[in-house]
Write a protein that binds this ligand. Structure first.
Ligand SMILES: NC(=O)c1ccc[n+]([C@@H]2O[C@H](COP(=O)([O-])OP(=O)(O)OC[C@H]3O[C@@H](n4cnc5c(N)ncnc54)[C@H](O)[C@@H]3O)[C@@H](O)[C@H]2O)c1
Ligand SMILES: CC(=O)[C@H](C)O
Length: 257
């Protein structure tokens, strides 16, 4: 029986890399995103490669959208086995200038979205009476707190905490909850982080913030979506059945915990 996975925020970036890898691993995959044109393009590309995918538009910050993506998944593929709370947004602001709007948007997407996604997936796993896996996007910023990234780091610390507590509560249903914690990956998220860090600095030129952060990586290269997908592929597999409540760093040697 082919397993079914949902990857939120998978029209581009790390989510797209994860969705692609799960397709190669033999999953039927729901590709999900708030950006409909980009989602349609990604679904088209995956179908051209012969993968069994279905696109669902949604905003993870809305509880009803998160329950809807599970409903549509079951309507289309008949079941759900793995739910990946990947969608997330950055926020780059000096701490003294952080405003209510940034806090609300970041927490609504990164934290509320993860909570709603986990609730929706767990409800379906319990209804199916099957084991299930929830896998969350955390970050090095869920283990370490960075300057200019105070709001973002706080959201990722919250994701780490919810990974622990939901894992404890859901274990009796044979549902595992884990998280991947990437380091510095060159997606559009880091293009924006670099751009904003340069704006707020007197001496950084475009590309230099990314270079500075990347230069601290022990393995001496920045991360690719494939690096992240390698860990997620394992966490989504039966080989990870006995692992729960873990927030695993994949950062090339940057944060040591
Ligand atoms: N890029 C990195 O270096 C890095 C490092 C650590 C953790 N992460 C985390 O990995 C995840 C993916 O990051 P990325 O670099 O691919 O980001 P990205 O910005 O490149 O891509 C994010 C995707 O999520 C979608 N999205 C944004 N808000 C959404 C919403 N409300 N509902 C549904 N979809 C939404 C976007 O349209 C986009 O397709 C995020 O949670 C991020 O915090 C990234
Ligand atoms: C974007 C992210 O989570 C780290 C700081 O690279």
């Amino acid at each position: 029986m082919e397993k079914v996975a949902v990857v939120t925020g998978s029209a581009e970036g790390l989510g797209k890399g994860i969705a692609h890898r799960l397709c190669k691993d033999g999953f039927k995959v729901v590709v999900h995103d708030i950006n409909e044109p980009m989602l349609n393009q990604t679904v088209k590309e995956f179908k051209e490669e012969g993968f069994d995918v279905h696109g669902v538009v949604g905003n993870v910050a809305k509880r009803e959208d998160q329950f809807n993506v599970v409903k549509e998944t079951v309507a289309h593929f008949g079941r759900l086995d793995v739910f990946i709370n990947n969608a997330g947004v950055d926020a780059i602001t000096p701490f003294l200038q952080v405003e209510e709007e940034e806090l609300n948007r970041s927490f609504q997407i990164n934290v509320n979205g993860t909570v709603f996604g986990t609730q929706a997936a767990a409800e379906q796993f319990i209804k199916q009476e099957t084991k299930g896996k929830v896998i969350n996007a955390c970050s090095i910023a869920g283990h370490e707190s960075y300057e200019m990234l105070s709001t973002y780091s706080a959201t990722k610390h919250a994701v780490r905490s919810f990974t622990h507590s939901s894992a404890k509560e859901l274990a009796k249903h044979q549902i595992t909850v884990n998280a991947y914690c990437p380091g510095i990956a060159k997606t559009r998220m880091w293009d924006r982080i670099d751009e904003e860090m340069v704006k707020h600095s007197d001496n950084l030129k475009p590309g230099e913030a990314f270079e500075q952060y990347s230069s601290a990586i022990a393995l001496q290269r920045y991360q690719t979506p494939e690096d992240v997908a390698n860990l997620v592929s394992f966490l989504a597999s039966d080989d990870a059945d006995y692992i729960t409540g873990q927030t695993i760093l994949t950062d090339g040697g940057l944060v040591y915990r």
